[in-house]
Ligand binder design. Structure first.
Ligand code: ADP
Ligand code: MG
Length: 397
């Protein structure tokens, strides 16, 4: 945005207004609060700010319950400034609303996904959006893994820039994975190896230590010949797990697996638990968290680690006491981060929930709420919405 001359210009700002709602009210305004710096800066520089966003999955049709209107009102409260709303994001209704804007005004357009052209990245729909603005700013990293009209198509028609939130996200991810201070440790946990194969394959070639936890670790332990009892695991992925360990050995990446686990007979809140070594998992029990010796062993390594990437809770954190391993590690990483000893970047839907429950979501260097886009970046994929920003401007010559 430093390079954008926005005064007096109509700025189409792609934001992520896809916030959690309950009974027609915004239940968590975090995403809106994070947009404030970009919108304030544009408005203060005299731009006419026109906000574009999707909400939920209306699948190309008008679904009144998925209107952005209540969210536009909530955005106004967060900005402490009137926010206008237009009941369509293209055509005469949108054009009339844009024409009324004065420098510094903010307008939210209706849900882009009310038109089928949005998800199809339809050229005519992109043009209809682009017609409303002079400059395009994308501040929705969380939608950048999708090549949709409002995230990619429109950037082909207008000078395209990253907003402050997009910029912060890209800087944090670059510091974690692109050009990190070494040694770098990645913690990859959660339920399934199968959903994280691309992630494991990318990280194993880039990080120095790969910590594997959660139910995913059961698959690795079983592949190594440990009996994991009734634990959740993916038997068909033993070969894949061994292959990943082989690649790690070849690349000089240390694989850090649990040494002990917390087991229970059944998966229930406050079920009686036992801590056992990975060689002694009873046949009728399941591993639901990493054990204290495992967490302690990693914490002892912390002073020698400069960068940490974290995706996936170490245990079935939604059910107590299986949140314990995640909470203990989270507290140690938060502390090391506060002391300036480590750069820590986390992300993933359940990871954000788990770190919130652990009370450390403000204490990492960066906690991404971008979900799928965060994972695809960590998988080493090119995100069309980010790519469009670097290309978009040069396309215009
Ligand atoms: P994210 O959404 O952050 O990418 P995942 O969806 O991959 O994370 O993993 C989170 C899920 O993994 C949680 O629902 C958690 O309960 C589950 N999980 C973690 N460890 C275990 C385990 N040992 N047994 C069963 N489920 C587990
Ligand atoms: Mg998840």
């Amino acid at each position: 945005m430093d390079n954008a001359k926005v005064a007096g210009q109509r700025v189409l700002l792609r934001a992520d207004l896809n916030v959690p709602m309950q009974n027609g009210k915004v239940s968590d305004a975090t995403r809106l609060e994070r947009l404030v710096p970009t919108i304030k800066e544009l408005a203060e520089k005299g731009a006419k700010v026109i906000v574009l966003s999707h909400f939920d999955r209306p699948k190309g049709k008008v679904v009144p319950e998925m209107s952005l209107k209540p969210i536009a009102e909530a955005l106004g409260r967060v900005l402490d400034k009137p926010v206008a709303f237009a009941e369509d994001c293209i055509g005469p209704v949108a054009e009339a609303a844009v024409a009324k804007l004065k420098n510094g005004d903010v307008l939210v357009l209706e849900n882009t996904r009310f038109h089928a052209g949005e998800e199809k990245n339809d050229a005519a729909f992109s043009e209809a959006l682009a017609k409303l603005g002079d400059i395009y700013v994308n501040d929705a990293f969380s939608a950048a893994h999708r090549a949709h009209a409002s995230t990619e198509g429109v950037a082909r028609h207008l000078p395209a820039f990253a907003g402050r939130l997009m910029q912060a996200e890209l800087h944090a991810l670059e510091a974690a994975l692109g050009n990190p201070q070494r040694p770098v440790a990645a913690i990859v946990a959660g339920s399934k190896v199968s959903t994280k194969l691309d992630l494991l394959n990318n990280l194993v070639a880039k990080v120095d230590i790969l910590v594997i936890g959660g139910a995913m670790a059961n698959t690795f332990l079983a592949a190594q010949g440990h009996d994991v009892g009734k634990s959740l695991q993916e038997k068909d992925l033993h070969g894949t797990a061994l292959e990943i360990m082989k690649i790690a050995a070849a690349k000089g990446c240390e694989i850090f697996l649990p040494k002990d686990v917390v087991v229970a007979q059944n998966f229930a809140a406050n079920a009686p638990t036992q801590v056992v070594s990975i060689d002694a998992i009873p046949a009728d029990m399941m591993a639901l968290d990493v054990g204290p010796a495992t967490v302690e062993a990693f914490i002892e390594r912390l002073p020698h680690i400069k960068t940490i990437i974290w995706n996936g809770p170490l245990g079935a954190f939604e059910t107590k006491p299986f949140d314990h391993g995640t909470n203990t590690l989270a507290a140690a990483i938060a502390q090391a981060t506060k002391e300036g000893k480590v750069i820590s970047v986390g992300g993933g839907g359940d990871t954000v929930s788990a770190l919130k429950l652990a009370g450390v979501h403000h204490d990492l260097t960066y906690l991404s709420s971008a979900g799928g886009a965060f994972l695809e970046w960590m998988e080493g994929k090119i995100l069309p919405g980010v790519e469009a920003l670097s290309k978009g401007f040069s396309n215009l010559g």
